[in-house]
Design a protein around this ligand. Structure first.
Ligand code: ADP
Ligand code: MG
Length: 678
């Protein structure tokens, strides 16, 4: 009956059918895969160890005949006395008069309920049969929706187990079951719903954790392989000694990490497939330099390169630093929204003719009239700021160009191999030598006077400061109001020769650029802002970052904000104004003061906030697993990934009939279609 609609079950009518649909259950078989989200266990506890009002399970001998009394309309109370060790206690059951038949004087019974220490009384909510067994009495707990009760749901699942369990197909080839000692699929489904023991439940979970993660990783590898084969790029040919020469004249040695990722990227460029790679590295770890070298190699191979960034100010900064890096070697041009009219037309012409080697720009790069002569490498900085469609449009501007995404948000490995599992990932995990760590302090808001004094002294030393205002997620408007208030307050409180500027999301692009430029030129000494300055802005003279209500930010975001300072040769500081109530808030502030390492912080963030909140709800792109948990099960994830890579490498989905089921399951997933190129 696996594939039959749920209403073939006699007790399921139109109403129940609708309720089940809310849970995505339409076929009888779906019931089998609606797994419990939690299990309650019953551990026997000696009476003297149970706290008042605690719910606990106890065992005792019935020493009085159960007595039932009725009250109100149809309400009942059953009372009996239990001898538990040396203590006699009362067990009270409400509205379970039927148990009278099952509770016999002289027998041992086991009950779970709420303990009243003063009255020596337990209010029972669960009566266990006489054959209670700690190892076996496990209560699955299900999600339900609408009016569907857990009890009904359990009955339906029991029905499905009886009628359809034998139709559940094994997905995994024997090899995995043997190697990892996993139970078969039918066994595991049964044990997830009706565990025969704690051990059996553990193995059933283990099996589905592996299955889910393995299938997921296979999909990722499948997409990766598909993109590689179907969209063959052109191998780039360039003289590596020239690249080495360029690297040598940079004026510093690349860090080991930079060396490694550069090697990965250059290898990709030389291959006849398209690169699809994510470059992760903390703020200031030297991603841009690596990107520049890749652009240079592309230029040597006779093709153009494009670097797309989210804001005009960033585009200008990158254009300046690339121009400086390359000197007369090649031509870099800027293309942004504010380049208009004749100037724009000219630039577009030169790009189309191939007279420009590298174009740095904003969204302007992906407009229809931007046509490249021969685009060979596309680099997208702060990739999460762009939508999938925008990235794709840029990619489509060349004939199968190589693509490199860059992000300064360190992403914990578990999440990165999940979210970006279809890409290759390169990580720069060290900073260039000699960087001074930013000193971070956590203070309460009542210390604002001293913080203001510190601002003044930094400004009088010639430095600059950012002041980040509280973030109020529910309302943009309040955010801005806050920023305006703090801006006015500082203007009033600080000496008149200190210029305070204001930046927020409601300013138009021109106004924003204007404020940023004045800050970059040190006309503005202190910039009050909402989080809009989070991304890549580079003002090396800024040495102080003050963050209001810091407990409202995630660690990754605080780290990004902190990364706006410490970019020059001066010692920099970050001050977190926060008065967190809970322990986790305090813990987060403490972690911030203790480490400058983005990856350490991101691991903490993941532990504290869980995978769903890590990227923020909107752009998470994280798959939903029924049994697996990305934080808890990271080891299984690594194993599943390694196995999936192996399967793809040896083409087992195509060569080995044991993999047939997995193959059709993967191919029929509509989500896969969204992620493949072309
Ligand atoms: P990111 O883009 O990762 O934030 P950048 O590439 O902009 O980092 O590098 C930050 C600064 O560090 C730049 O001024 C750059 O010239 C410098 N830099 C990069 N790599 C090194 C290195 N290996 N040694 C010393 N300085 C470096
Ligand atoms: Mg950068």
């Amino acid at each position: 009956m696996f594939y039959e609609p749920v209403d073939v079950i006699p007790s399921v009518g139109e109403k129940t059918k609708e309720q089940l649909e809310l849970l995505d259950i339409t076929k009888v078989g779906d019931l089998l895969f609606h797994f419990p989200f939690r299990y309650d266990y019953f551990e026997l506890k000696p009476i003297n160890e149970i706290n008042h009002d605690e719910t606990a399970t106890i065992q005792g001998q019935v020493v009085s005949e159960p007595n039932v009394s009725y009250f109100g309309r149809k309400k009942s109370r059953l009372i009996c006395t239990l001898q538990v060790g040396v203590v006699a206690i009362k067990a009270v059951f409400f509205n379970q008069a039927f148990l009278k038949e099952r509770i016999k004087k002289g027998e041992m019974i086991t009950v779970t309920g709420k303990w009243d220490m003063h009255r020596l009384q337990i209010t029972v909510n669960q009566f266990h049969s006489n054959s209670f067994n700690e190892e076996q009495d496990i209560q699955p707990v299900y999600h339900t929706k609408g009016n569907l009760s857990t009890k009904q749901l359990k009955k339906l699942i029991t029905y499905a187990l009886k009628s359809s369990l034998h139709e559940v197909d094994e997905m995994l080839p024997d090899k995995y079951l043997t190697d990892y000692k996993l139970p078969g699929r039918q066994h595991a489904v049964k044990d997830l719903h009706q565990p025969s023991s704690k051990t059996a439940l553990k193995h059933a979970k283990r099996r589905f954790i592996f299955e889910e993660l393995f299938i997921f990783q296979l999909k990722m590898q499948w997409i990766k392989e598909h993109n590689r084969q179907k969209t063959n790029g052109l191998p780039k040919q360039f003289d590596e000694s020239l690249v080495q020469k360029f690297v040598q004249q940079l004026g510093f040695d690349l860090t080991n990490s930079q060396d490694r990722v550069l090697d990965e990227i250059l290898t990709d460029l030389k291959q006849p497939y398209r690169m699809n790679r994510l470059l992760q590295g903390d703020v200031g770890s030297g991603k841009t330099v690596v990107a520049a070298i890749a652009l240079y190699a592309t230029y040597l191979s006779g093709q153009q390169g494009a670097l797309m960034v989210p804001t005009e100010i960033l585009a200008e900064q990158h254009e300046e630093s690339l121009t400086e890096l390359f000197g007369d070697l090649l031509t870099v041009e800027l293309l942004t929204g504010s380049i208009k009219g004749k100037k724009r037309k000219e630039r577009l012409e030169r790009i189309q003719k191939g007279e420009v080697d590298i174009v740095v720009g904003t969204h302007a790069l992906i407009q229809d009239d931007t046509i490249f002569n021969d685009l060979g490498l596309v680099i997208v900085d702060e990739q999460h700021r762009f939508g999938v469609q925008q990235r794709k449009t840029l990619r489509d501007k060349g004939l199968h160009p190589d693509v490199l995404f860059m992000t300064a948000t360190p992403i914990p490995r578990t999440l990165s191999i999940t979210t970006f599992g279809d890409m290759d990932v390169s990580i720069i995990d060290e900073l260039p030598k000699g960087r001074q760590p930013i000193e971070t302090y956590w203070v309460k808001e009542n210390m604002m006077d001293r913080v203001r004094q510190f601002m003044v002294s930094e400004v009088y030393n010639g430095r600059q400061a950012y002041v980040i205002c509280p973030l109020i997620e529910e309302s943009d408007q309040l955010d801005i109001q806050n920023a305006v208030d703090i801006f006015e307050e500082l203007q009033d409180d600080l000496p008149n020769d200190i210029n305070v500027g204001l930046m927020h999301g409601r300013l138009n692009a021109q106004e924003k650029e204007d404020v940023m430029r004045r800050f970059a030129d040190n006309e503005i000494n202190i910039l009050v802002s909402t989080t809009v300055v989070e991304v890549g802005v580079n003002v090396p003279n800024a040495t102080l970052m003050v963050i209001y209500d810091a407990e409202r930010f995630g660690l990754a975001q605080l780290h990004q904000l902190r990364g706006r300072v410490g970019r020059g040769s001066h010692q920099s500081y970050c001050i977190l104004l926060a008065d967190p109530k809970g322990d986790t808030g305090k813990e987060r502030m403490r972690v911030m003061t203790e480490t400058n390492d983005g990856f350490t912080l991101s691991e903490h963030d993941l532990q504290i906030r869980g995978p769903g909140d890590f990227f923020g709800k909107k752009q998470s792109g994280l798959p939903e697993f029924k049994v697996a948990d990305l934080v808890e099960d990271y080891r299984a994830l690594e194993v599943a990934r390694r196995d999936a890579v192996h399967v793809m490498k040896h083409q087992l989905l195509w060569n080995n009939p044991e993999y047939e089921r997995l193959k059709s399951m993967i191919e029929s997933d509509p989500k896969i279609q969204e992620r493949i190129f072309d």
